[in-house]
Design a protein around this ligand. Sequence first.
Ligand SMILES: NC(=O)c1ccc[n+]([C@@H]2O[C@H](COP(=O)([O-])OP(=O)(O)OC[C@H]3O[C@@H](n4cnc5c(N)ncnc54)[C@H](OP(=O)(O)O)[C@@H]3O)[C@@H](O)[C@H]2O)c1
Length: 324
Amino acid sequence: MWLLQCGVVLGILFLLILVAALRLFAFFTKGICRSTASMKGKTVIITGANSGIGKETARDLARRGAKVIMACRNLETAHKARDEIIKDTGNEEVIVKKLDLSSLKSVRDFADDINRTVTKVNVLVHNAGLAYMFDPKITEDGLELTMGTNHFGPFLLTHLLIGLLKQSTPSRIVIVASELYRLANLNLNNLNPVSGFPAYLYYVSKYANIVFAQELARRLEGTGVTVNSLHPGMIDSGIWRNVPFPLSLPLKIIIKGFFKSPEEGAQTTIYLSVSESVEGVSGKYFLDCKEYSLSHRAKDAATAKKLWELSETFVGLKPNDPHI
Ligand SMILES: NC(=O)c1ccc[n+]([C@@H]2O[C@H](COP(=O)([O-])OP(=O)(O)OC[C@H]3O[C@@H](n4cnc5c(N)ncnc54)[C@H](OP(=O)(O)O)[C@@H]3O)[C@@H](O)[C@H]2O)c1
């Protein structure tokens, strides 16, 4: 009997040591943006800046003196976040503007407003993202909601703001993707999978983010506008809010035990937005503030070109819209 008890105690001890070792490993390998670059005189747009990584990115860039435009769909939480950031940083130039990336009309309205009221955009951070588990949803434009929010909306927005970005060179586009792209395939024969499984489509949309970033970088070569994508790590943020019970219970334990805080998760986005060491760097993928390799599939230029052409059709890009 005591042998069994000893075994259980040793087993628990081993598990505790393993967890501590994993946490230590995560702590010492997480990337921190060490750049002290000032952002005074620069204008940045951050989508989904009312919570999670986006809010921490906004806070950091505001602290560096940037004029920060928080592009958010939920104005109530956005205003609260803005007030908190202003109080925290003393930078009054933090502005909220309405943007619902799942609506092509909202994207156009937002871009019209920006083009009318702003003279430059030095950094555009595509941060907003949405993940559903079950229950497929379709947007007012007939697009599958996850792909609409995470890929098609940002695709259209980039086109509509490209004039300002080119006018503000050197300027940067930063795209928050995910390593989970490796679990997916980009099916170019069905880029709007309205009856697909939303949890899987999240991975697909992140795949599309990475492929889009590389094609965009190719098309913007020599313009002074750089484009890079990133994986922020696994973060304790609102992105998991749609995971249903009882799956949410074990997930909560994993999140609280192992995931990064939103502030830690924002580091690579901040690094790509401000650091002098990535000045002129374009078409790359980053993790923990370091360049990271992509799968061969994700680097395929023919796939990227086709994704681009199909996306132009899905977002209804007009002949007089800016083309890239
Ligand atoms: N958390 C992770 O472990 C993880 C891992 C890899 C990649 N990422 C990526 O990191 C990015 C930021 O996510 P997060 O972790 O910080 O989660 P989050 O706290 O849920 O933030 C997501 C943001 O996107 C906004 N958003 C969602 N749908 C939108 C829409 N239709 N229009 C405009 N904004 C919309 C949300 O606004 P509301 O508050 O209105 O919903 C929220 O501000 C996402 O692109 C996500 O895919 C996260």
